[in-house]
Structure formats: C-alpha cells, structure tokens
Write a protein that binds this ligand. Structure first.
Ligand SMILES: [Zn+2]
Length: 498
C-alpha cells in the first residue's frame, strides 16, 4: 500500500497547527514527498528533564507519522554545547562552562556526559534518532559567516568585540515579533533601562557574537577577536546548512517561541529576505501535581526516578512505555499534568489496549464482515491528520478493541482478510506511529516467573535428596542478585528486593 493510496482511502490529508498563522494549515511540503524538519535540541549541561522528554516525544510522533505517510523526512535536531548563557540572556556565564567550573572538569566532559544521558533517556522512551544531530561547536565557521552577512546587510553592529543584531533597524522593514505576536514598541516600553554592563544600543538587540573575557574558556577566533556565538545563531546556521534557506517544519518547546525562535526568524530573514520556515510547531509543557516542575522547589522527577520509582512523589516505578503512553494521551499543544494517579491510570489503560490487541489474531473468521473495517481505519488517519491528535487516535484504537470483543462474542463478524488488515493497521499505529513497544513489565515478569520456577524446582529436588549445599547455593546466589526466596506452607515464592 503506497502512502498516497492510504491518504486517498481516507479522503483526508494532514493539517498542522502553525504557530506563525495561529491556524491549522493543510500540509504541503516544499518538495513533493520530502520533508525537512528541524527541532531545537537540548543544552547538554544537566540531565534531561521530563518536560524536555515530552517535547522530544511529541516531535518523535510527528516524525513517525510523516514517515508512516511515506514522506522521506530529514529530521535535524541539534545539540547545544556552547553559547547558551544562564537565564537565556546575553550576559552571564555559559551554562556548560559553569558546570565545568563547578565540577572541575573540561567543558567537553560536561557535554559528553549529558549528551550520553540524553541519548540513553530518549532511547528508553523509544524515540527514533534524528537524521542529523549537529553541534554548535561543530559549526562555528558557519555561524561566523552568517554574522558577516548580517553585518553586510546593515542589520548588525560591532561594539568592543561583540556583534549585536539591530532589532530596531530590522523592524523598520520587517516585523520583529511576527511569531510571538509581540510588538517592538510594547517590548521597548516594558523594558527597564539597560544596566551599565551592556553595550547594546537597545535592550531588544541580541548577541550574534560575544567577546570572550579572559576567564571564558570556550572561545574561538573570529574577525571581531576571540569570542563565542550567540545562542540563537546556531539553529539558523545548522538548519540552513542541512535543510536549506527555506524548509518545511521547525519545532521546539513552547518556551523557545520567544525570544529564541523569533531571533532565528530575524537572522534568517536578514540575510535571505524570505521566511525560513513554513510551519512553526510548539509543544506544550509538562507540570507535576498541578505545579511547574523545578529542582529548586523539589517538585521535580527525573526520568530515571520515574523508571525506578526512587522518588517520594510516586507510589511505584513506571516503565518508559507507560510514561510515553501517558504523554501521548494528551495532545502535544495541551498542557499535561503528571501525577501518580494519572500514571497508574495510564498503566491500566495501556495494559487494556495491549491485551485487546493480542486477541485480534485469534478472532473467529467469517465469510462476511458485518462492519466496515475501513471506517475504523479511517478514524485513525482522521485523528492523526488533524494536527497529530494522538489522544483521539488512542480513543479510536479503543473503539477497535471494543469491536474485537464484539467479534469474539459473535455479535459482529469479520472476514479473514479484514482480521489481518485490522491486525496490521493497529500494529502500524501502535508500534510504528505512537512508538509504543511490545515488551511490558508483565511480559518481562512472566519470563522471570518461568525462569524462577525452574530454579525453585531444582532447589526442591536438591532438598528432597538432602543435598543442602546445592539448595543453599541456589538460595544464596539468587539473594546476591536481589531475588529473595521465601518458603511457607504453600511452597516457595520469590520477591525482588529493590
Ligand atoms: Zn534552536
């Protein structure tokens, strides 16, 4: 089945909410059948937090569905390993350099450590790796070239080794604020006077290149002296390099809309005189127990604490699969609140879905189908074509599970071909599009159960033969691995010690 025939079958096609227009728009890629997508990646100075994971899972869903529709997608997601200062500002310490100073290690050790953590965590959530994952430090030359071009266009100025984007001048012919819906006059009106430290003409101007003070260790030579790139610049440089001056989709967390994405638009428009991105997508936030997640208040759970249950905020551990299902039960543009109750409910729901799916292949075959299977399948596409509406897709999948039960009872019938089609399509949407996996704790536990049954049986035999050396050896070695055997009148059971 070719992707186009899938679309024709449903009569629908993909609409995406564009933050730039504030509307859902029919998706038409610049090049037929190809999509260029850029998503702002992490600043690798600490462990990735769950809110970020939600953003990357949201764009993983987008990537997966585009691929499912048959598009050839080039998905670029950067690693910010320099230039991102504290408080997202133009003054202050580089986040990575600060961590390196505090931990007395090299900045690149910080980058390596947290890049590895980021990849490990996203792999646990079963997100697909991007096609290209460029780093800011790997693209200093490209960034310097862009600064030169913006200066040549008369929209940036150099002061004392730093280069700033001239927002007021840009705004005379373009609109700085086009994405966030802000007006420059309002921004100026609402800003306090510049502190003496800054050499900018106006507070809205942002750094393209910053002079490195002597103590700044992450520095590169440039036409303006030793320095480092401004945070917004890397995404303009890397998206243009790998996706061209104009590309289809740019995504990121809601918090990046302003100023980061606004500045990206201004930089690209300044040198190319055209809008760099057709569709801007922003994923919403994740809160915890109704409040913002923050390390400082303790209202925070790290991904590994979620997976191993080592936090007082949760009653137990949850698999990454359950957490992913929980996140996909909300639309990516909606706020989502994480809580123990919500995760427990998601765990139950997900188990019910998987249990239902496992019954499809055993359904009784009939000569005729009493329902239109295509209308069920069309509802999956309708959901995802409506701005990647995963909660509606999940509801549609549960409708199909209801059908499975009705066919089992004989209330409805399906032909062999329809049963097979249902099986294939449900699998495609659950595993390929939603990116959920087949393994679960229950399945893993059933393997563990079987393996331990064998060991318990061997221990019983040893005891019956009065071979206490062997029976004790089995018990002690399991205990050393964190598995405790317990004998009582009903026989032997085991518990996992955490
Ligand atoms: Zn970015």
């Amino acid at each position: 089945m070719t992707p186009r025939s899938k679309m024709n079958e449903t009569g629908a096609s993909l609409r995406i909410y564009n933050s730039l227009s504030g509307k859902k728009e029919l998706f038409t890629p610049i090049e037929a059948q190809q999509v260029g997508m850029y998503v702002c990646g992490p600043t690798v100075y600490s462990n990735v937090h769950l809110g970020n994971c939600r953003t990357f899972i949201s764009f993983d869903l987008v990537y997966r569905y585009l691929k499912h529709l048959g598009y050839k997608v080039r998905y670029v997601r950067n690693i910010t390993d320099a230039g991102h200062l504290e408080h997202d500002a133009d003054e202050g310490e580089d986040r990575i350099a600060k961590k390196a100073r505090l931990e007395r290690i090299e900045p690149m050790e910080v980058v390596q450590r947290y890049t590895v953590d980021f990849h490990k965590t996203l792999a646990a959530f079963n997100t697909l790796p991007p096609s290209i994952e460029p780093t800011a430090t790997g693209h200093i030359i490209e960034q310097i070239e862009i600064v030169k071009k913006i200066i040549d266009a008369g929209l940036a100025y150099e002061i004392g080794g730093s280069v700033y984007f001239d927002v007021a001048k840009y705004n005379t012919t373009k609109h700085y604020g086009v994405l966030s819906g802000r007006k420059l006059e309002d921004m100026i009106h609402n800003t306090r006077a510049l502190s003496g430290q800054s050499d900018k003409k106006t507070p809205q101007d942002f750094a393209l290149w910053k002079k490195a003070e002597p103590q700044h260790i992450m520095r590169w030579p440039s036409p303006w002296g030793d320095g480092f790139p401004g945070w917004h610049l890397e995404c303009t440089a890397m998206s243009a390099k790998y996706l061209g001056e104009q590309f289809d989709i740019h995504g990121g967390g809601m918090d990046l809309k302003f100023p980061h994405h606004e500045c990206e638009i201004a930089q690209a428009e300044a040198i190319n005189n055209k809008k760099p991105v057709n569709i801007w997508m922003h994923a919403n936030m994740l809160t915890l127990n109704g409040k913002k997640m923050a390390k400082s208040t303790g209202n925070n759970i790290l991904p590994n604490e979620l997976f191993d249950g080592s936090t007082e905020l949760l009653s137990k551990a949850f698999t990454p699969d359950v957490a992913r299902f929980f996140m996909l039960q909300a639309h990516y543009r909606s706020m989502l609140d994480l809580s123990d109750d919500a995760l427990l409910a998601a765990e139950k729901g997900y188990a019910r879905l998987k249990e239902g799916i496992s019954r499809i292949e055993q359904l009784p075959e009939s000569q005729q189908s009493s329902v239109s299977l295509d209308s069920y399948i069309a509802s999956y596409y309708r959901a995802m074509d409506d701005d990647f509406n995963s909660p509606i897709l999940i509801a549609a999948l549960f409708e199909s599970i209801k059908l499975v039960h009705l066919v089992e009872k004989g209330t409805e019938t399906l032909t062999k071909a329809d049963i097979q089609k249902l099986q294939e399509t449900v699998h495609a949407f659950v595993y390929d599009v939603l990116g959920l996996t087949l393994t679960s704790t229950n399945e893993q536990n059933s393997y563990l159960d079987s393996a331990l049954d064998v060991l318990i049986e061997l221990r019983e035999q040893a005891r019956a033969n009065k071979d206490f050396v062997t029976s004790d050896q089995i018990r002690d070695q399991l205990l050393a691995k964190g598995i405790q055997l317990k004998d009582d009148k009903d026989g032997t059971s085991y518990t996992l010690m955490s």
